[in-house]
Design a protein around this ligand. Structure first.
Ligand code: EPZ
Length: 420
């Protein structure tokens, strides 16, 4: 198994180019199931989760070619609608094939994704919504067995909780349904917006894009003449590199970004004392003379993203005072706290509230990644710690960060990937 060896305490400098967003690419790859033509998707990040979903489509009978960051996906040959446990268990976002497969073929069997380190992560809202659209849904030996032989019909769906992939599943199901579907309390993340825009460009009538109420008029199982497109930049990767600059008190520039997708992150960095320069596709962060403590409550977009919570917990260790972090979306997303303590961090956990005491002098340590974003927080702490750290189980990192060590090395960090 690979691990990262990091010698910390160094200032960073220079520029880093941000890759395409994993969480935009995943639903967009799934939407190729709705397409009557070969779909070309550009700016795909070379990360494990993308490969996993492409393999799943291939397993269903689709073909794809991945050349550099471009995928050409042909789903015309799909001859199976069963997403098996061995693939789905490696990536719960595989659940994103449920809506499109059911809408196109009238039946599918998708293994229940199960929970993950950060929480139970149920899909009850996805299933309830599909039932409202006329699907029969049963759970049989760990699989969601969904049937809609007459096709899906439009319905008014109210999500009791805002769900990103739930909204995306229903958007894709509604695209081929008969009649109009209204999603109330829809997710508004930029990744959801891009899926809406791609579907709209492909001929699906959609109103309310980017709002919490979206109306979709389906094509009654007429496959879509999908247009090629490029995936939006990854706002979480961007935020992670800004934190790398902040935690080492460096001046760095991140390029190929959409600044307004990072608004909540930038406001928090500015409140902590970091000066931020923004132009239309890049952001520069400058060192802070004094790093102030921060209060963070994670919430759905455009609020502070839960996927940046771990990174800010690491950064808060540098602040002069106590920071308060409240995690409102997932019930177990503080596992990085115990690993951060190994660097010398002082963090108090009480339910879903963490109090982070700073400033803390961090010393290099051996630590273990537990989930994707927690592992990036450990890398950030290692960059700031004196001495050498080893971050183990970095397969978590490889799920969502393209060329992480190369990008950090280019910024002047001492990072190398070694084998256990
Ligand atoms: C998406 O997960 C992201 N993944 C997650 O990013 C992100 O943390 C999350 O949204 C929140 O922003 C992808 O987009 C592939 P949810 P998702 O459904 O859709 C509850 C990363 O690091 N819920 O919005 O699975 C759920 O338990 C990953 O890239 C139900 O109760 O999250 C959670 O408390 C981690 N029932 C809340 O809603 C449901 O049917 C939000 O979950 C669905 C969700």
């Amino acid at each position: 198994m690979d691990f990262l060896r990091i010698v910390g305490g160094k200032r960073l400098h220079g520029d880093v180019a941000i890759s395409g967003a994993k969480n935009a690419a995943l639903p967009l790859i799934a939407s190729s199931i709705l397409s009557k033509r070969v779909l070309t998707i550009d700016n795909l990040p070379h990360v494990k989760d993308i490969k996993t979903l492409l393999k799943l489509l291939q397993h269903l009978g689709a073909n794809y070619k991945l050349i550099d960051n471009k995928a050409h996906i042909d789903t015309s040959m799909i001859n199976s609608t069963t997403a098996t446990y061995d693939i789905v268990r490696t990536m719960r976002a595989s659940i994103l094939v449920l809506g499109p497969l059911l809408a196109r073929f009238g039946h599918c069997e998708v293994s229940l994704p199960g929970g993950c380190a950060i929480g139970e992560r149920p899909i009850d809202l996805h299933l309830k919504a599909l039932q409202q659209m006329g699907a029969q849904i049963n759970i049989e030996s760990g699989y969601v067995v969904a049937k809609a032989p007459q096709g899906l019909r439009g319905a008014t769906i109210i999500f009791d909780k805002i769900t990103v992939t739930g909204t995306e599943n229903i958007l894709m199901a509604a695209a081929l349904a008969k009649g109009t579907t209204t999603i109330i309390n829809a997710a508004k993340e930029p990744e959801v917006v891009q899926l809406c825009e791609v579907l709209q460009d492909s001929g699906v009538e959609i109103e309310g894009i980017g709002t919490d109420e979206i109306k979709i008029t389906g094509t009654e199982r007429e496959l879509l003449n999908m247009k090629d497109f490029s995936v939006i930049p990854d706002r979480i990767e961007a935020g992670t590199y800004l934190c790398a600059g902040a935690i080492t008190n460096s001046k760095i520039k991140i390029k190929n970004v959409i600044p307004q997708h990072l608004e909540a992150i930038l406001v928090k960095l500015q409140q902590m004392g970091f000066e931020i320069d923004i132009d239309n596709s890049s952001i520069t962060i400058h060192p802070a003379s004094k790093i102030s403590p921060i209060e963070i409550v994670t919430s759905e977009y455009p609020g502070f993203p839960t996927d940046m919570q771990a990174q800010f917990m690491a950064l808060a260790l540098m602040a002069e005072g106590a920071s308060i972090i409240e995690e409102r979306l997932f019930e177990n997303r503080f596992m990085h706290a115990s690993e951060l303590r190994r660097f010398g961090a002082k963090i108090q956990l009480k339910g879903n509230i963490a109090t982070v005491f700073g400033p803390t002098k961090l010393n290099g340590a051996d630590v273990m990644a537990t989930d994707l974003r927690a592992s990036s927080a450990l890398v950030l702490a290692a960059l700031a710690a004196d001495g050498t750290s080893n971050v183990h189980r970095i397969y978590h990192l490889d799920r969502g960060y393209e060329n992480l060590e190369e990008k950090l090395q280019a910024l002047g960090a001492s990072v190398e990937r070694l084998q256990e």
